[in-house]
Ligand binder design. Sequence first.
Ligand SMILES: [Zn+2]
Length: 197
Amino acid sequence: MRYNPNRELPAKFQAPESVRRKFPYNAAMNSAPTPSQAVTVAVSDTDQLFMRAALDLARQAALAGEVPVGAVVVKDGEIVGRGSNAPISRHDPSAHAEILALRDAALHLGNYRLVGCELFVTLEPCVMCVGAMFHARISRVVFGAPDPKTGAAGSLLDLFAETRLNHHAQVQGGVLAEECGKVLSNFFAARRATQKG
Ligand SMILES: [Zn+2]
């Protein structure tokens, strides 16, 4: 089953109409890499490729006035779920990029278990998102910038090293960390400038 980026999501998972009008979906920018592209690049290049897709989603969040974090779920070298951080526009404290990407992937695959899937996110995930990844049985998590305030993958605490939890995933941080961090710092600098003005 191919991922169709243009398919209609159920209404409850869609961004509000006002946001969609303002930021029409750019199918070209978000087109999933073909499996043939995925196998011709080295492993670390593949990680960077998917992190770049997550970065595009982070930038979309910034355009919508949300803290810019983006995430994709990948299965067999193909993007099967996408998420842009959107708690403000969705009036939903759980609408972190990772949660939305997990929901998107689960809907696409028709399974609440995402066995064999990898999740790429531009910022170190929080406790809630790591918990959701464990529930979803994500196999590997790759993140960009560390988050000293809420990071639950080694910065503030490390749920991946918590042996009392019955599910574990591989974790790797620091992929395109500088670029991922810059998207965030630029966003906050711009917001401070606006608030002063
Ligand atoms: Zn989170």
